[in-house]
Ligand binder design. Structure first.
Ligand code: GTP
Ligand code: MG
Length: 315
């Protein structure tokens, strides 16, 4: 990306995260009004502020501890605290901020997309397929959400929009069977990427969770390495509940990465920081809107700066 494009994207990220950052900013401002000493009282209040920004208790404690190490006993302004936190958060996010990499020798790279109802799975697949196509890749989509006719139709709309084939069956068909056939077709057609949509499943519905495990088993019959990636799509507006979702899905299928959506509509963007610290799973991309270009690679420094409402990315 050119510097201008990079800056344009940062401004969009910043406005996408504005609800989260203004929440966090006003909380920090209320603790460090003007200049305040960094002492046990202000650190405790800061911890509360970070918890209420959905970072989770342990992450909030670790961040407050970091500030304590840097500045205990010294005075700090609201601005200095924001910069210090942005730096710490960037460091914390750096190891998990990994772009989605497609291995073009696999033909196809099989990407299974799962998550609870309504998190943004199908939309994310549409956005990803557009990105891959723009990069010159040959993409195929599989409508593995065989429960609802509307779900199949929704993926077909994305297929038409991004001009790539969609493998689907009539509603009620076996999702694992569909995934198997889609992989056969993708191989035969020489597709670079096969994106498999799945039905939204509440993590307490065991039949549906079993079905997800079955999709994985069936794909492996054809290619023991498939699915090469299993992505969990999380809706940032669910806040701390996202963690329970990671736990449950991870116990059913080996997750390889996360995508966090709807960061534009929520004040709970801090949840990404807690997720990164707790699970150490790669965060490949974030959704900051419904449009096809509103899914972006997750970049640690830019995200940390935008979350803290800084004027520009630290790098
Ligand atoms: N604001 C915003 N909306 C989003 C984002 N990602 C998805 N959405 C919206 O969230 C709604 C649900 O998205 P879907 O892609 O249908 O979600 P899903 O996980 O496939 O849903 P089910 O198949 O019902 O489980 C749609 O209205 C999307 O446009 C995002 O990053 N920001
Ligand atoms: Mg869907």
């Amino acid at each position: 990306m050119s510097d201008d494009a990079q800056q344009g994207w940062f401004q969009r990220l910043r406005s996408g995260l504005s609800r989260s950052s203004s929440n966090l900013q006003s909380n920090i401002a209320s603790v460090f009004t003007g200049k305040k000493p960094v002492d046990s009282a202000t650190l405790e209040e800061l911890e509360e502020a970070l918890i209420s920004a959905d970072m989770g208790v342990e992450t909030a404690m670790a961040l407050a501890e970091g500030l304590k190490k840097e500045r205990f006993g010294k005075e700090a302004s609201e601005d200095e605290v924001r910069h210090a936190l942005a730096g710490q958060i960037a460091t914390l996010l750096e190891p998990v901020a990994k772009p989605l990499v497609i291995d073009l020798t696999r033909k196809p790279e099989v990407i299974l997309v799962c998550g609870v109802n309504g998190t943004g799975k199908t939309t994310t697949i549409g956005k990803l397929s557009q990105q891959f196509i723009n990069d010159g890749k040959k993409v195929m989509l599989a409508a593995g959400d065989t429960f609802r006719a509307a779900a199949i139709e929704q993926l077909e709309v994305w297929g038409r929009r991004t001009d790539c084939p969609v493998i689907s069956k009539t509603p009620g068909a076996d999702a694992a069977g569909l995934a198997f056939e889609a992989l056969e077709r993708a191989k035969a057609d020489g597709a670079d990427v096969l994106l498999i949509d799945t039905a939204g499943r509440l993590h307490n519905k065991s039949a549906l969770m079993d079905e997800l495990a079955k999709i994985v088993r069936v794909l492996k019959k054809q290619d023991p390495a498939a699915p090469h990636q299993t992505l969990l799509v999380l809706d940032a507006t669910t806040g701390q509940n996202a963690k329970a979702q990671v736990e449950t899905f991870r116990s059913m299928v080996p997750l390889t990465g996360l995508i966090v959506t709807k960061l534009d509509g929520t004040a709970r963007g801090g949840v990404v920081v807690g997720l990164a610290r707790q699970f150490e799973l790669p965060v490949h991309a974030i959704g900051v809107g419904e449009g096809v270009y509103d899914l972006r690679a997750f970049e640690a420094e830019a995200f940390a700066a935008a979350l803290l409402g800084l004027e520009k990315s630290v790098n």
